[in-house]
Design a protein. Structure first.
Lengths: 441, 370
């Protein structure tokens, strides 16, 4: 048995809304800083007042690194709803952990006058002894970091986060935070990050761009659907693109009747076993085919033009598949297929109780092959701005806590010989409202 | 036994002929499922035989070779023409096809635009045919269309590519956006061509809407310039970079009889995708990217194949013949302006007014809560 800590001592399954949580903290007089935050959130709007000051903490800034995408959207603007939009956020400080030969951080510092500080604390306090920004963006993706025995790259997301939290605590004030991709590669760290956001009362937005990018067709899972099963088909590596695939499925699944109930087991496997397992799962197979029918980059084994996907040639085209079989607390199922060699995009299919299937492509206009600017970061940049300007996360941090946990347990499952793992730690129920947050305008 | 004749000159991977024929033989994705046709036989003239076509013959019993074009048309229920190269319309091939299809009772679809004589109906043609590229049918990002009966004041389409391919596809897309406006299409008064630096000088002089240009550019995913070097998302319009980035720019400013101004602008060097922006008389702006899915799947041909089969199998037409005539005449006019270096051409042809009661494009998404 792997030893993981129990879920937060103040369980999130109590479904304490952020507003309620803040109100409780305010009543308790827990911290003057939190009271200050709670008051500043009232009546906030995207268009009011001076631009919010933000700090961005990056691992490295080079062409097409995640940090470059976010920094340039803050500094240069981006296409949004039929105009070139300049965010109402002012990037006032950077912390950059590594400077590769093709570094662009220095170039951006020079051209835009955004100082790079030598430490996270300095970037957040900007020469004072107090927190001096209105929001923090953590982009700890890409860069040279060690990989552990399980194949997880040890990006310093948790270190960045904790150093930030220390400044919050020292300053008696906390501000909204965005964390790119999954929280950490250690479960207890993921939990602490979400706990910190509740403890200090700051809005925490996290995760991938997949839930917010274009969808083809432009659909969302109707809220409160009687959804029974979700499948995501994607490509990429373990502990890398799997989180994107899981978020693709989760942003749809969480809209089911009753909301997300949490995950009770995760079983990851590679190779031929996947097809054996699939043979006993008719609905999953139907959804796999339905998702593939939404792919715009699905190639039969011979290469060349499109052919209707069939079980035979899927196996032939994809000699090294990876799948995560996920059982939720309420009997709901999610399956993630990473089918390298067959597809190069992210597609979703879900089956409702009446047998109808809803499916779409989560469209990533990916550079450099098809585009130049990775504009799936446009809607994510916009959601970050909303979170910082309005003072509440567009979608709950529990989504990414759950997908982070599934990712970690899937990695563990593979590491331990592709065994099924019970996951009481992932008993993380949460609910979302009817509002859609994907790009459609 | 239902039979379709499929005319093509060469069969090359990635060509429109390959994209459509493969879908008719093997199926294509439509609304998340695999669609198929009801034709039992698809006849292809022998002249198209090559190694790629041999593979299809081995893979599908539906596909049959016929000795010649005449043989292919015997007893057919429908026909499709998919020329490999636009210049082939000017060869004897087109005449052969036309001769074979004259007096045929079958409906047909031309992928692209046929010679004007076909559109004018100067020779007896099959009861009706449709002509079109994937441009009016492919997905849009976002799923935006000009509302039916919308009073449009100006529309701009940004396309890329060399002449005449860019214009051929561009006019097809443009008419797909404007033919269902208030009053329908009532004809064209004159066309102005600006080339090179004159395009940007014309913009400064207000010959076309800079606001529409900005809106259309904002829909791109493939800005050129610094973005190609370091991924920068800079405002290439606001920073005044466009004239320096632009290569071989052509702006066709088309003045319609009802006051609408259509602008077809080539954006090589500026963008690598197709977008549009339009303004209604009440000032409302509409803009979107006309999505080009990655090759080799190129699923805009799936959308086109759906439109083709809807017409050929179910007689669901999207455009009246007058629309193809206008498309062909516009291209002919453009051709003479390009070759004779004419900058302003008065429209001296009669143009029968026409309208359509629905757009050829349809959204696939369902309405979700905003």
């Amino acid at each position: 048995m792997i030893q993981l800590p129990p879920y937060p001592s103040k369980p999130l399954e109590e479904k304490v809304s952020r507003r309620t949580f803040l109100e409780q903290l305010s009543l308790l007089g827990a911290c003057s800083g939190i009271l200050q935050l709670a008051s500043t959130l009232q009546g906030a709007s995207m268009s009011q007042g001076a631009p919010k000051k933000v700090a961005l903490l990056a691992t490295e800034v080079r062409r097409h690194s995640h940090a470059q995408h976010f920094i340039d959207r803050l500094l240069e603007g981006y296409g949004w709803h039929g105009e070139h939009y300049f965010p109402k956020l002012k990037l006032v400080s950077l912390y950059v952990d590594q400077f590769p030969e093709n570094d662009l951080a220095r170039d951006r510092e020079r051209r835009h006058g955004v100082p790079i500080y030598g430490s996270i604390a300095e970037a957040l306090t900007r020469g004072t002894d107090q927190l001096d920004v209105d929001g923090v963006i953590i982009i700890a993706e890409h860069g040279q970091y060690p990989t552990n025995a399980k194949g997880q790259k040890q990006y310093p997301r948790y270190r960045f986060f904790k150093e930030m939290v220390e400044v919050f605590e020292r300053s008696g004030r906390a501000v909204p935070v965005f964390n790119d991709k999954h929280y950490s590669t250690r479960w207890e760290e993921c939990v602490k990050m979400v706990e910190d956001s509740y403890r200090l009362g700051f809005p925490l937005l996290a995760g991938s761009s997949l839930p917010v990018t274009w969808r083809i067709p432009s659909i969302d899972m109707p809220w409160n659907s009687d959804l029974k099963e979700s499948v995501c088909v994607c490509y990429g590596g373990v502990d890398s693109y799997d989180i994107h695939g899981l978020e693709t499925a989760q942003c749809m699944s969480e809209r089911r009747h009753g909301g997300e109930a949490g995950v009770r087991s995760v079983h990851a496997m590679r190779g031929r076993k996947i097809w054996d397992q699939l043979a006993s799962r008719t609905t999953t197979e139907q959804l796999l085919i339905a998702a593939l029918n939404r792919s715009h980059q699905c190639r039969p084994p011979s290469g060349g033009p499109w052919r209707p996907p069939s079980a035979d040639w899927i196996q032939e085209a994809c000699p090294n598949p990876v799948a995560y079989w996920i059982e939720h607390q309420d009997g709901f199922r999610t399956t993630l297929f990473m089918l390298n060699g067959l597809v190069q995009d992210f597609t979703y299919a879900g089956m409702r109780a009446d047998g109808s299937i809803l499916s779409c492509l989560m469209h990533l206009p990916m550079p450099p092959a098809h585009t130049t600017t990775a504009d799936f970061f446009n809607p994510l940049s916009r959601r970050i701005e909303e979170t910082i300007a309005l003072g509440h996360a567009t979608y709950p941090p529990e989504r990414t806590l759950l997908t982070s946990g599934i990712t970690l347990f899937a990695v563990e499952s593979l590491y331990r010989g592709e065994v099924a793992l019970n996951t009481p730690e992932l008993n993380i129920p949460y609910q979302v409202g009817p509002q859609s947050s994907y790009w459609r305008g | 036994m239902k039979t379709l004749a499929f005319f093509l000159d060469t069969f090359e991977e990635g060509s429109p002929a390959q994209q459509v024929l493969d879908r008719l033989l093997f199926g294509w994705p439509e609304k998340g499922a695999v669609a198929s046709t009801t034709w039992d036989r698809i006849r292809v003239p022998q002249q198209a035989l090559n190694p790629a076509m041999k593979k299809r013959l081995q893979a599908s019993s539906k596909l049959q070779l016929s000795k010649d074009a005449k043989g292919a048309t015997q007893g057919i229920d429908a026909w499709i023409i998919a020329p490999g190269r636009p210049e082939n319309w000017k060869t004897r091939l087109a005449e052969d096809w036309h001769e074979c299809l004259s007096n045929s009772p079958a409906r047909g679809w031309v992928i692209g635009i046929p010679p004007l004589s076909w559109c004018r109906g100067e020779a007896s043609m099959s009861p009706s045919f449709q002509a079109g590229t994937p441009m009016p049918y492919t997905w849009r990002l976002p799923e935006v269309d000009i509302p039916w009966k919308c009073p449009l004041s100006e529309i701009m389409l940004l396309v890329r590519g060399a002449y005449p391919e860019a214009e051929t596809h561009g006019v097809d897309a443009l008419l797909g956006l404007t033919s269902h406006r208030q009053g329908g299409e009532s004809g064209i008064q004159h066309i102005r061509l600006l080339r090179g630096d004159a395009v940007w000088k014309g913009a400064r002089e207000g010959l076309f809407s800079w606001d529409l240009f900005k809106a259309a550019v904002s829909r791109t995913h493939s800005k050129q310039g610094d973005a190609t070097v370091d991924g920068r998302t800079q405002d290439i319009v606001g920073l005044g970079m466009v004239p320096e980035l632009a290569r071989d720019t052509r702006a066709w400013i088309i003045q319609h009889v009802d006051g609408l101004q259509s602008v077809l602008l080539t954006v090589d060097g500026i963008l690598q995708d197709e977008t549009f922006a339009a303004q209604s008389e009440d000032g409302r702006l509409y803009s979107a990217q006309i999505y080009q899915p990655p090759k080799p799947n190129d699923h805009r041909y799936s959308r086109l194949t759906t439109a083709i089969t809807q017409y050929l199998e179910h007689d669901k037409s999207t455009m009246p013949p007058e629309r193809h005539l206008l498309w062909g005449e516009l291209l002919e006019c453009m051709d003479s302006m390009m070759s004779e270096d004419i900058l302003v051409q008065e429209w001296d042809r009669t143009c029968k007014p026409f309208g359509v009661n629905r757009s050829p494009w349809s959204p696939e998404g369902i309405v979700s809560k905003p």
